[in-house]
Design a protein. Structure first.
Length: 272
């Protein structure tokens, strides 16, 4: 058993530890049965502390449950071997976010490169060392996602943007990626693959500006929703001062729904 206070998360750990329903279930299970599968850790030199290799979610759940000591298996691994073990211990999970795969593959590739197993780009020689289920080309595409700003990664993780689009946008610099984010919010849409390729090509030719991004994003496409908007000042005067934006939205929907029902009744009466 190792005291929880002596455990540290692995530096650069690519997997998210979220307080969600799955975590709540894990907390309840640990409260009832304890930790059934020991954590895997490695000693941190010249300290009495350990770095977690496998079991970050279990450790978080244990802390939430008020547990002060956890079972753990101790292995004397160097940084590269530990990084590879961190990645491999989680790739079997049923649900892995695109951003988690991206940073996990990069972490493992960097470790393999440092060990001299892989040589820079992902090729046939190294892909089996990184993943049993993804091709070398697909791994390289995921690694490109590590160049995206957090907001674009969030779109990827939420399933609102395709992997192919994220890969193309990853070639833009940080400022232009944020400009894409602003345009996405304003137009209530994500770029199509063709639009993302166009932006990447324009960037490579040093022709892409924020204005060009907005111009490209304004083009109508299949995933763009029709949008109706009003200025707040136009609506505020019709509602009590203490109404929030959400209150106003609900009130407008109720008014529109009542009007729709009235028109339906009039139509039905006219048909008789």
């Amino acid at each position: 058993m190792i005291p929880v206070k002596n455990l540290r998360p692995f530096e650069g750990h690519p997997y998210k530890v979220l307080d969600n329903d799955e975590m709540n279930s894990l907390i309840e299970s640990i409260q009832e049965q304890g930790i059934l599968t020991p954590l895997v850790v490695r000693p941190i030199e010249n300290t009495d502390e350990y770095e977690v290799i496998s079991g970050h979610r279990r450790l978080h759940a244990a802390e939430k449950a008020g547990i002060t000591e956890v079972p753990a298996l101790i292995y004397a691994l160097d940084r590269d071997a530990a990084a590879i073990a961190v990645v491999d211990s989680n790739l079997h999970r049923e649900h892995i976010l695109p951003s988690e795969k991206a940073f996990a593959f990069k972490l493992k590739l960097d470790a393999l490169n440092h060990q001299g197993i892989a040589c820079g780009q992902v090729g046939h020689k190294s892909r089996d060392d990184i993943s049993d289920t993804e091709s070398g080309r697909q791994i390289q595409r995921y690694i490109r996602l590590t160049y995206l700003v957090p907001g674009l990664l969030e779109y990827m993780d939420d399933g609102k943007m395709a992997l192919s689009v994220g890969v193309e946008l990853s070639y833009l610099n940080t400022d232009l990626q944020y400009a894409v984010l602003d345009a996405m919010a304003q137009e209530d849409c994500t770029p199509s693959y063709a639009q993302a390729v166009r932006m990447k090509n324009m960037y490579r030719e040093e022709m892409l500006t924020e204005d060009e991004i907005y111009s490209i994003m304004c083009q109508e496409k299949a995933n763009q929703k029709e949008k109706v908007s009003f200025k707040a000042d136009m609506l505020r005067r019709f509602f009590p001062k203490n109404y929030t934006t959400q209150d106003i939205e609900k009130a407008i929907l109720l008014i529109v729904e009542a009007d729709y029902r009235r028109r339906q009744r009039n139509r039905d009466d006219g048909a008789r």
